[in-house]
Design a protein around this ligand. Structure first.
Ligand SMILES: Cc1cc2nc3c(=O)[nH]c(=O)nc-3n(C[C@H](O)[C@H](O)[C@H](O)COP(=O)(O)OP(=O)(O)OC[C@H]3O[C@@H](n4cnc5c(N)ncnc54)[C@H](O)[C@@H]3O)c2cc1C
Length: 203
C-alpha cells in the first residue's frame, strides 16, 4: 500500500446527526490524559436528511431551526476541538487490512488509514464497498427501502467497527440518531480509557 493521504484513530463515514454527534462526543474528551494525541476524521458528502428538515421537537434546539443551520452549528461545535478534522467527500471503499486497521478510499482518490471505523451513512444509502457486511431492511424505517446494519445491541459490528445514527436501526428523529452517535463515542472512549467512562463537564 502506498502512503495514505490521512491517518486517524477514528474515521467516521457520514457527517449527519449520528456521525457529528459521535465526532463531537469523542473530541470532547481530548483533554483526558488517556486520550493522548488521538485524531478523528469525519467524511461527509452533504446529503444529510437534516438538510430537508425544520425542527420543532429536537430537545434543546429552538423550535423552527432549519436542519441546515443545525448542521452548521454541529460543524462549528466540532471545530472547537483541534483533534477533529472534517473532510468533504464521498467514501467509495473501506476495507480491513491484515494489520486490523481500515483503509478507506474517497472518490477524490484520497486514502484514510484508521484504527476504528464508524459507519453513519443514514438509512437511505449504502454505497461503501469492501466491508463484509450488507445492510438489511430497517426494522423501524417505515418504508421497504430503508436500511440498517445489524450489530451486537450496542452498535458494535466487529472489533473496532461500529454503526451509528439511523443505519444502526434507530427511528428517524434527530435526538435518536444523535444519541446513538454519542453512545458509539462512549464505547470507543471506554476502550481507550481501559474502563467504563463518559465525558461530563461542570459549570
Ligand atoms: C423532510 C425531513 C424532515 C425531518 N424533520 C425532522 C424533525 O422535525 N425532527 C426530527 O427529530 N427529525 C427530523 N428528521 C429526521 C432527521 O433528519 C434524521 O433522523 C437524521 O438526520 C438522521 O441522522 P443520520 O446521521 O442517521 O443520517 P443523516 O443525517 O441523513 O446523515 C447521513 C450522512 O452520511 C453521508 N454519507 C452517506 N454515505 C456516504 C459516503 N459513502 N461517503 C461520505 N458521506 C456519506 C451523507 O452525506 C449524510 O450527510 C427529518 C427528516 C426529513 C427527511
Amino acid at each position: 500500500m502506498s502512503s495514505p493521504t490521512h491517518a486517524a484513530d477514528v474515521l467516521i463515514i457520514g457527517g449527519g446527526a449520528g456521525g457529528m454527534s459521535c465526532a463531537i462526543t469523542l473530541a470532547s474528551a481530548q483533554k483526558k490524559n488517556w486520550f493522548e494525541d488521538r485524531r478523528i476524521i469525519i467524511v461527509d458528502d452533504g446529503t444529510s436528511d437534516l438538510r430537508k428538515a425544520r425542527l420543532y421537537n429536537a430537545p434543546g434546539v429552538e423550535p423552527g431551526l432549519l436542519g441546515e443551520d443545525l448542521l452548521k452549528r454541529l460543524e462549528e461545535q466540532l471545530l472547537q476541538y483541534d483533534c477533529a478534522t472534517p473532510i468533504p467527500g464521498t467514501v467509495q471503499r473501506a476495507e480491513r487490512l491484515p494489520s486490523g486497521k481500515f483503509i478507506s478510499t474517497l472518490e477524490s482518490g484520497e486514502e484514510i488509514l484508521a484504527d476504528t471505523l464508524v459507519l453513519a451513512t443514514g438509512y437511505k444509502r449504502w454505497d461503501v464497498e469492501g466491508l463484509d457486511h450488507m445492510p438489511q431492511q430497517h426494522p423501524r424505517g417505515g418504508k421497504a427501502d430503508r436500511i440498517h446494519l445489524p450489530h451486537d445491541g450496542c452498535y458494535h459490528i466487529e472489533p473496532d467497527l461500529h454503526v451509528a445514527g439511523l443505519l444502526a436501526g434507530g427511528s428517524s428523529q434527530f435526538a435518536i440518531a444523535a444519541g446513538i452517535g454519542a453512545q458509539v463515542a462512549v464505547e470507543i472512549l471506554s476502550a481507550w480509557a481501559g474502563k467504563r467512562t463518559h465525558v461530563h463537564d461542570t459549570p
